[in-house]
Design a protein around this ligand. Sequence first.
Ligand code: ASP
Length: 331
Amino acid sequence: MLNRRKFLEKAAAAGILSFVPGLLKANPLKNISLKKKGLPVVISTWNHGIEANAAAIRIFEAGGSVVDAVEKAVMVTESDPENTSVGIGGYPDRDGFVTLDASIMGPDGNAGSVCFLQEIEHPVSVARLVMKKTPHVMLAGEGALQFALENGFEKKNLLTPESEKAWKSWLKKSNYDPVINWENEPNKYHDTIGLLAVDKNSNIGGACTTSGLAFKMHGRVGDSPIIGAGLYVDNEVGGATATGVGELVMKTLGSFLVVELMRNGRTPNEACKEAVLRIVKKDPENVKRQVGFIAVNKNGETGAFSLQKGFNYALFQNGENRMIDSESYYN
Ligand code: ASP
Protein backbone atom coordinates (compact mmCIF):
# COMPACT_ATOMS: atom_id res chain seq x y z
CA MET A 1 0.00 0.00 0.00
CA LEU A 2 1.25 3.45 -0.86
CA ASN A 3 1.91 5.27 2.40
CA ARG A 4 1.05 8.95 2.76
CA ARG A 5 4.56 10.29 2.29
CA LYS A 6 5.25 8.09 -0.73
CA PHE A 7 1.97 9.28 -2.19
CA LEU A 8 2.97 12.89 -1.56
CA GLU A 9 6.40 12.36 -3.15
CA LYS A 10 4.93 10.68 -6.19
CA ALA A 11 2.22 13.27 -6.44
CA ALA A 12 4.74 16.10 -6.13
CA ALA A 13 6.93 14.53 -8.79
CA ALA A 14 3.93 14.28 -11.09
CA GLY A 15 3.07 17.93 -10.45
CA ILE A 16 -0.22 16.96 -8.81
CA LEU A 17 0.38 18.82 -5.57
CA SER A 18 0.38 22.23 -7.14
CA PHE A 19 -3.34 21.65 -7.61
CA VAL A 20 -3.82 20.58 -4.00
CA PRO A 21 -2.44 23.42 -1.85
CA GLY A 22 -3.76 21.96 1.39
CA LEU A 23 -1.84 18.75 0.85
CA LEU A 24 1.33 20.57 -0.05
CA LYS A 25 1.11 22.65 3.09
CA ALA A 26 0.62 19.57 5.21
CA ASN A 27 3.75 17.89 3.91
CA PRO A 28 6.76 18.91 6.02
CA LEU A 29 9.13 17.38 3.45
CA LYS A 30 7.79 19.48 0.62
CA ASN A 31 11.01 21.36 0.02
CA ILE A 32 13.31 18.38 -0.04
CA SER A 33 14.50 17.84 -3.55
CA LEU A 34 12.93 14.80 -5.13
CA LYS A 35 15.85 14.35 -7.45
CA LYS A 36 17.96 11.46 -6.23
CA LYS A 37 21.72 11.64 -6.30
CA GLY A 38 23.71 8.44 -6.72
CA LEU A 39 22.96 5.93 -3.98
CA PRO A 40 24.49 4.48 -1.95
CA VAL A 41 26.29 7.46 -0.52
CA VAL A 42 28.70 7.54 2.42
CA ILE A 43 30.04 10.73 4.00
CA SER A 44 32.44 10.98 6.93
CA THR A 45 34.62 13.47 8.80
CA TRP A 46 38.32 14.15 8.18
CA ASN A 47 40.99 12.35 6.15
CA HIS A 48 40.49 9.05 7.94
CA GLY A 49 37.00 9.00 6.42
CA ILE A 50 38.35 7.73 3.10
CA GLU A 51 39.20 4.29 4.47
CA ALA A 52 36.05 4.16 6.55
CA ASN A 53 33.88 5.03 3.53
CA ALA A 54 35.55 2.27 1.53
CA ALA A 55 34.78 -0.21 4.32
CA ALA A 56 31.12 0.86 4.32
CA ILE A 57 30.89 0.30 0.58
CA ARG A 58 32.40 -3.17 0.95
CA ILE A 59 29.68 -3.99 3.48
CA PHE A 60 26.99 -2.78 1.07
CA GLU A 61 28.51 -4.87 -1.71
CA ALA A 62 28.44 -7.92 0.56
CA GLY A 63 24.73 -7.35 1.17
CA GLY A 64 25.04 -5.80 4.64
CA SER A 65 22.52 -3.38 6.10
CA VAL A 66 23.11 0.33 6.50
CA VAL A 67 23.67 -0.22 10.23
CA ASP A 68 26.27 -2.92 9.46
CA ALA A 69 27.92 -0.51 7.05
CA VAL A 70 28.22 2.46 9.43
CA GLU A 71 29.41 0.28 12.32
CA LYS A 72 32.06 -1.65 10.38
CA ALA A 73 33.24 1.52 8.68
CA VAL A 74 34.10 3.39 11.86
CA MET A 75 35.59 0.25 13.42
CA VAL A 76 38.40 0.65 10.88
CA THR A 77 39.24 4.03 12.41
CA GLU A 78 38.86 2.72 15.96
CA SER A 79 41.48 0.03 15.24
CA ASP A 80 44.06 2.40 13.77
CA PRO A 81 46.73 2.93 16.46
CA GLU A 82 48.13 5.93 14.57
CA ASN A 83 44.85 7.73 14.89
CA THR A 84 45.18 9.66 18.13
CA SER A 85 41.56 10.66 18.63
CA VAL A 86 39.53 7.50 18.08
CA GLY A 87 39.71 4.06 19.71
CA ILE A 88 43.12 2.49 20.28
CA GLY A 89 45.89 5.10 20.31
CA GLY A 90 43.44 7.86 21.31
CA TYR A 91 45.02 10.56 23.45
CA PRO A 92 44.15 10.14 27.13
CA ASP A 93 42.48 12.56 29.48
CA ARG A 94 44.58 14.75 31.75
CA ASP A 95 44.99 11.89 34.22
CA GLY A 96 46.27 9.45 31.59
CA PHE A 97 43.08 7.45 30.95
CA VAL A 98 41.81 6.79 27.42
CA THR A 99 38.04 7.22 27.69
CA LEU A 100 35.81 6.62 24.69
CA ASP A 101 32.42 7.91 23.51
CA ALA A 102 30.41 6.44 20.62
CA SER A 103 26.91 6.36 19.16
CA ILE A 104 24.97 4.71 16.38
CA MET A 105 21.51 5.22 14.84
CA GLY A 106 19.56 3.21 12.33
CA PRO A 107 16.74 3.86 9.88
CA ASP A 108 14.18 2.50 12.34
CA GLY A 109 14.90 5.47 14.59
CA ASN A 110 16.62 3.28 17.15
CA ALA A 111 19.78 4.54 18.80
CA GLY A 112 22.52 3.31 21.09
CA SER A 113 25.49 4.93 22.73
CA VAL A 114 28.24 4.55 25.27
CA CYS A 115 30.27 7.18 27.04
CA PHE A 116 33.29 7.30 29.32
CA LEU A 117 34.04 3.71 28.33
CA GLN A 118 37.58 2.45 28.93
CA GLU A 119 39.69 -0.47 27.68
CA ILE A 120 37.36 -1.53 24.87
CA GLU A 121 38.65 -1.17 21.32
CA HIS A 122 35.28 -0.87 19.61
CA PRO A 123 32.91 1.38 21.56
CA VAL A 124 30.67 1.70 18.48
CA SER A 125 29.96 -2.04 18.61
CA VAL A 126 29.05 -1.78 22.29
CA ALA A 127 26.76 1.13 21.37
CA ARG A 128 25.13 -1.05 18.73
CA LEU A 129 24.52 -3.78 21.30
CA VAL A 130 23.04 -1.26 23.72
CA MET A 131 20.65 -0.34 20.89
CA LYS A 132 19.86 -3.95 20.05
CA LYS A 133 19.77 -5.73 23.39
CA THR A 134 18.76 -3.26 26.05
CA PRO A 135 15.72 -1.11 26.79
CA HIS A 136 18.11 1.87 27.08
CA VAL A 137 19.86 4.25 24.74
CA MET A 138 23.03 5.04 26.65
CA LEU A 139 25.35 3.27 29.06
CA ALA A 140 28.20 5.06 30.83
CA GLY A 141 31.56 4.21 32.39
CA GLU A 142 31.72 1.13 34.58
CA GLY A 143 28.23 0.03 33.60
CA ALA A 144 29.07 0.23 29.91
CA LEU A 145 32.26 -1.74 30.53
CA GLN A 146 30.40 -4.39 32.52
CA PHE A 147 27.83 -4.71 29.72
CA ALA A 148 30.61 -5.02 27.13
CA LEU A 149 32.44 -7.71 29.07
CA GLU A 150 29.21 -9.64 29.66
CA ASN A 151 28.71 -9.62 25.91
CA GLY A 152 32.07 -11.03 24.96
CA PHE A 153 34.16 -7.89 24.46
CA GLU A 154 37.69 -8.14 25.81
CA LYS A 155 39.68 -5.59 27.73
CA LYS A 156 42.61 -4.08 25.93
CA ASN A 157 45.15 -1.42 26.85
CA LEU A 158 44.32 1.46 24.50
CA LEU A 159 47.13 3.77 25.59
CA THR A 160 49.88 3.32 23.01
CA PRO A 161 53.47 4.34 23.86
CA GLU A 162 53.14 7.29 21.45
CA SER A 163 49.98 8.57 23.13
CA GLU A 164 51.52 8.11 26.56
CA LYS A 165 54.54 10.10 25.41
CA ALA A 166 52.33 12.91 24.10
CA TRP A 167 50.43 12.99 27.39
CA LYS A 168 53.64 13.15 29.44
CA SER A 169 54.87 15.97 27.30
CA TRP A 170 51.51 17.78 27.71
CA LEU A 171 51.76 17.33 31.51
CA LYS A 172 54.78 19.63 31.62
CA LYS A 173 52.54 22.64 31.00
CA SER A 174 49.12 21.04 31.54
CA ASN A 175 47.47 23.74 29.49
CA TYR A 176 44.05 22.61 28.23
CA ASP A 177 43.48 24.45 24.98
CA PRO A 178 42.03 22.36 22.13
CA VAL A 179 43.98 23.08 18.96
CA ILE A 180 42.06 23.90 15.78
CA ASN A 181 42.30 21.24 13.08
CA TRP A 182 44.93 19.17 14.85
CA GLU A 183 43.08 16.29 13.21
CA ASN A 184 44.73 16.66 9.83
CA GLU A 185 48.23 17.65 10.93
CA PRO A 186 51.00 15.83 9.10
CA ASN A 187 52.06 14.08 12.30
CA LYS A 188 48.86 12.10 11.95
CA TYR A 189 46.83 13.68 14.69
CA HIS A 190 43.25 12.91 13.84
CA ASP A 191 39.84 13.47 15.28
CA THR A 192 36.43 12.00 15.84
CA ILE A 193 34.94 10.05 13.00
CA GLY A 194 31.30 10.77 12.29
CA LEU A 195 29.95 8.79 9.34
CA LEU A 196 26.57 8.77 7.60
CA ALA A 197 25.37 6.38 4.92
CA VAL A 198 22.30 6.11 2.73
CA ASP A 199 21.82 2.71 1.11
CA LYS A 200 20.43 2.14 -2.35
CA ASN A 201 16.90 2.03 -0.92
CA SER A 202 17.33 5.44 0.76
CA ASN A 203 17.67 3.97 4.25
CA ILE A 204 19.88 6.09 6.47
CA GLY A 205 22.30 5.13 9.24
CA GLY A 206 24.99 6.95 11.18
CA ALA A 207 27.79 6.32 13.65
CA CYS A 208 30.14 8.54 15.59
CA THR A 209 33.14 7.48 17.70
CA THR A 210 35.93 9.32 19.52
CA SER A 211 38.34 9.41 22.40
CA GLY A 212 37.12 12.97 22.83
CA LEU A 213 39.23 16.02 23.29
CA ALA A 214 42.79 15.22 24.28
CA PHE A 215 43.72 15.92 27.91
CA LYS A 216 40.14 16.69 28.90
CA MET A 217 39.11 16.42 32.56
CA HIS A 218 38.65 12.87 33.80
CA GLY A 219 34.95 12.06 33.44
CA ARG A 220 34.32 14.58 30.66
CA VAL A 221 31.87 13.36 28.02
CA GLY A 222 31.55 15.16 24.68
CA ASP A 223 28.87 15.47 22.05
CA SER A 224 29.63 12.27 20.14
CA PRO A 225 27.56 9.86 22.29
CA ILE A 226 24.71 12.33 22.84
CA ILE A 227 21.94 11.50 20.41
CA GLY A 228 20.94 14.75 18.72
CA ALA A 229 24.25 16.47 19.51
CA GLY A 230 27.05 14.47 17.87
CA LEU A 231 24.77 12.33 15.73
CA TYR A 232 21.19 12.27 14.54
CA VAL A 233 19.33 10.28 11.91
CA ASP A 234 15.71 10.51 10.87
CA ASN A 235 14.92 8.11 8.06
CA GLU A 236 12.22 10.43 6.71
CA VAL A 237 14.65 13.29 6.29
CA GLY A 238 18.39 12.62 6.57
CA GLY A 239 21.27 12.45 9.00
CA ALA A 240 23.92 14.71 10.49
CA THR A 241 27.02 14.31 12.60
CA ALA A 242 29.52 16.65 14.22
CA THR A 243 33.16 17.00 15.07
CA GLY A 244 35.13 19.59 16.99
CA VAL A 245 34.66 21.04 20.44
CA GLY A 246 31.75 19.00 21.70
CA GLU A 247 30.61 21.51 24.29
CA LEU A 248 29.57 23.91 21.51
CA VAL A 249 27.66 21.17 19.71
CA MET A 250 25.93 20.00 22.89
CA LYS A 251 24.72 23.46 23.82
CA THR A 252 23.01 23.84 20.44
CA LEU A 253 22.01 20.17 19.93
CA GLY A 254 23.73 20.57 16.57
CA SER A 255 23.02 17.36 14.67
CA PHE A 256 19.33 17.35 15.59
CA LEU A 257 19.17 20.98 14.53
CA VAL A 258 20.71 20.16 11.14
CA VAL A 259 18.19 17.37 10.53
CA GLU A 260 15.26 19.55 11.58
CA LEU A 261 16.44 22.33 9.28
CA MET A 262 16.57 19.83 6.40
CA ARG A 263 13.07 18.70 7.36
CA ASN A 264 11.99 22.29 6.90
CA GLY A 265 13.46 22.55 3.47
CA ARG A 266 17.14 23.50 3.85
CA THR A 267 19.69 21.70 1.73
CA PRO A 268 22.26 19.74 3.74
CA ASN A 269 24.77 22.52 3.13
CA GLU A 270 22.41 25.29 4.23
CA ALA A 271 21.41 23.29 7.31
CA CYS A 272 25.04 22.74 8.38
CA LYS A 273 25.77 26.42 7.85
CA GLU A 274 22.81 27.51 9.94
CA ALA A 275 23.87 25.19 12.77
CA VAL A 276 27.32 26.80 12.74
CA LEU A 277 25.74 30.27 12.72
CA ARG A 278 23.70 29.25 15.75
CA ILE A 279 26.93 28.50 17.60
CA VAL A 280 28.40 31.84 16.54
CA LYS A 281 25.30 33.60 17.86
CA LYS A 282 24.87 31.67 21.09
CA ASP A 283 28.46 31.13 22.09
CA PRO A 284 30.48 34.14 20.82
CA GLU A 285 33.27 33.63 23.36
CA ASN A 286 34.09 30.26 21.91
CA VAL A 287 34.09 30.96 18.21
CA LYS A 288 37.87 30.59 18.06
CA ARG A 289 37.29 26.83 18.49
CA GLN A 290 36.51 24.43 15.69
CA VAL A 291 33.21 22.69 14.97
CA GLY A 292 32.30 20.93 11.73
CA PHE A 293 29.03 19.36 10.62
CA ILE A 294 28.35 16.98 7.74
CA ALA A 295 24.89 16.00 6.57
CA VAL A 296 23.06 13.92 4.01
CA ASN A 297 19.41 13.88 3.06
CA LYS A 298 17.28 10.93 2.08
CA ASN A 299 17.95 11.53 -1.59
CA GLY A 300 21.70 11.36 -1.20
CA GLU A 301 22.41 15.09 -1.35
CA THR A 302 25.25 16.01 0.99
CA GLY A 303 26.69 19.09 2.63
CA ALA A 304 29.08 20.35 5.29
CA PHE A 305 30.05 23.53 7.08
CA SER A 306 32.56 24.42 9.78
CA LEU A 307 33.41 27.31 12.05
CA GLN A 308 37.08 27.53 11.06
CA LYS A 309 38.65 26.68 7.75
CA GLY A 310 40.59 23.43 7.51
CA PHE A 311 37.73 20.98 8.07
CA ASN A 312 37.40 18.35 5.38
CA TYR A 313 35.32 15.26 4.80
CA ALA A 314 35.31 12.11 2.72
CA LEU A 315 32.49 11.52 0.26
CA PHE A 316 31.72 8.30 -1.56
CA GLN A 317 29.18 8.80 -4.34
CA ASN A 318 28.73 7.52 -7.88
CA GLY A 319 31.66 5.14 -7.52
CA GLU A 320 34.11 7.83 -6.42
CA ASN A 321 35.62 8.20 -2.94
CA ARG A 322 37.24 11.62 -2.45
CA MET A 323 38.15 14.30 0.07
CA ILE A 324 36.34 17.63 -0.03
CA ASP A 325 37.25 20.85 1.81
CA SER A 326 34.32 22.19 3.78
CA GLU A 327 33.14 25.77 3.50
CA SER A 328 33.64 27.65 6.74
CA TYR A 329 32.40 30.70 8.64
CA TYR A 330 35.92 32.09 9.12
CA ASN A 331 38.27 31.99 6.17
N1 ASP B 1 33.53 16.22 19.28
C1 ASP B 1 34.48 15.46 20.05
C2 ASP B 1 34.31 15.77 21.50
O1 ASP B 1 34.07 16.91 21.84
C3 ASP B 1 35.90 15.67 19.70
C4 ASP B 1 36.21 16.14 18.34
O2 ASP B 1 35.48 15.88 17.41
O3 ASP B 1 37.26 16.80 18.20
O4 ASP B 1 34.50 14.89 22.29
